[in-house]
Write a protein that binds this ligand. Structure first.
Ligand SMILES: [Zn+2]
Ligand SMILES: [Zn+2]
Length: 458
């Protein structure tokens, strides 16, 4: 078996992994870097020598996992593509949005290779995506496989509890098992239920490390954190502040909307207007449509109807009046320049009355990362095309991650005790903490941090 990490650095970027199992050649995910542009934003498909891959298995539809799927399909034109139906539905919306973003960036940053694909290409590509249910063994040729079939390569999706449609991927061949966690959460969120992952023998575990550099704070519970958020919102409303919550359009938006719904229902807070962006509203519609057919909490909750958020676009986010008592749940989560959360943050950052609440992961070098880590009263340039601004608004952080705590990742690895563990999807300090800890606690497992572009024989 061979493995190549196709990301360009040890990081959460354009996540994509090449696997060779016997005569089978596969890709796990085809992401696009959420922050970089041009060539730097793509997986290094060139590291795959001579030609085809037989199948591409998608874990979920976040940009950093699905963003370059049309490119991979162009390059490996004979490949089959497998994902859950929810991932297909969300992924198609995300990729169409990505064409619009790249078309705009072509002007703004002069990246002449953009857009890397077209709306028509996505429509044609998505017709070839094969939808697979969770917990069913399927042969790499796309047929239901008998449990006893030993020789052929099969895959099976397991619910990863991260966002709608997200999966971990089990591969079985010749008595060997390989499991890729994708992005996982072992705890319940407000909508998503905790992952249900295999507990059987696994030979090779490919594991995400997003939160490897953060210890779970002592005494942290989601319920406690919700209380803290409700109190912070109440405080903001009392001083007539507005609150910006930067979020990923897929996943975190819907989790926060559901949390705000709970606050209103439990009368922790009075009625207050909530704003989201257009892309977020499309994903929220899909959460609502699929509420009955996916494993989740609040299966009857229709967010668009019950929470009834107002919808902002690129224009209205610039001139909507900033009024106290309103909550703006805007993407992008990392506040990438020109996105709604970035434009809105620049409108309120110098006003000591207003608030920005961070609720999830942000790359430390992204505008959200810079702002989160900056000192009150310091300067920050949220958009390189605009002057730096002084940070006067109130900034608070909450822990509502859609990713597993490092403690639960270590526990899972210990229960499975695989022969080999490959650590991926983490910034260098996160991966290093996981490597050191797993090497110490699992002395029979070989722990590997796969160097980008380097072929590893397993
Ligand atoms: Zn994700
Ligand atoms: Zn990810």
């Amino acid at each position: 078996m061979k493995f190549i990490n196709l990301t360009r650095h040890t990081e959460i970027g354009a996540n994509s992994y090449y696997l060779e199992i016997g005569r089978h050649r596969l890709l796990l995910d085809c992401g696009m870097h959420p922050k970089n542009t041009g060539e730097d934003a793509l997986p290094n498909f060139k590291a795959i020598v001579d030609g085809e891959v037989e199948a591409i298995l998608m874990s979920h539809a976040h940009q950093d996992h699905i963003g370059t799927l049309p490119l991979a399909m162009r390059r490996f034109s004979g490949t089959r593509i497998f994902m859950t139906q929810a991932t297909a539905e969300v992924g198609s919306v995300l990729l169409h949005n990505s064409v619009n973003v790249m078309t705009r960036q072509r002007e703004e940053i002069g990246e002449m290779s953009y857009p890397l694909f077209t709306h028509r290409e996505i429509d044609r590509a998505s017709e070839r995506w094969r939808w697979c249910p969770m917990r069913q063994r399927i042969s790499i040729a796309g047929e239901r496989a008998a449990h006893r079939e030993k020789d052929s390569l099969t895959f099976e999706f397991f619910d990863a509890g991260h966002v709608l449609g997200s999966t971990g991927v089990m591969l079985r061949a010749e008595g060997q098992t390989f499991f890729y966690t994708g992005d996982v959460n072992f705890d319940d969120q407000t909508i998503m239920e905790a992952a249900v992952f295999p507990e059987e023998k696994i030979d090779v575990l490919i594991m995400e490390c997003t939160r490897g550099d953060h210890a779970k704070p002592a005494g942290w519970t989601r319920a406690g954190e919700e209380q803290r958020l409700a109190e912070a919102l109440r405080g903001a409303f009392e001083r007539e502040a507005c609150v910006l919550i930067p979020v990923f359009a897929l996943g975190k938006t819907q989790e926060i909307l559901a949390t705000l719904y709970k606050f209103r229902r439990e009368r922790l807070l009075p009625e207050f207007p909530i704003y989201i962006g257009g892309l977020s509203s499309k994903f929220t519609d899909i959460y609502d449509r699929r509420a009955h057919s996916t494993r989740r909490q609040f299966p009857r909750l229709k967010l668009m109807r019950e929470v009834a958020p107002f919808i902002l676009n690129d224009e209205t986010v610039r001139d909507t009046p900033v009024r106290g008592g309103r909550v703006y749940v805007l993407s992008s989560g990392m506040m990438i320049p020109k996105t709604l959360s970035n434009v809105f943050a620049r409108r309120i950052i110098e006003n000591p009355n207003h608030s920005i609440f961070f609720v999830g992961y942000a790359n430390p070098e992204s505008p959200a990362g810079l702002l989160r880590d900056a000192d009150q009263g310091g300067e920050v340039a949220l958009d390189p095309d605009k002057p730096a601004q002084r940070i006067r608004c109130n900034i608070e952080q909450f822990q509502f991650s859609a990713h597993a705590t490092r403690e639960s990742l270590i526990d899972y690895a210990k229960r499975i005790s695989p022969k080999k563990i490959l650590l991926v999807h983490g910034d260098p300090p996160a991966v290093e903490w996981m490597r050191a800890t797993l090497s110490k606690e699992l002395s029979d497992s070989e722990v590997i941090v796969p160097t980008p572009d380097l072929e590893i024989e397993l």
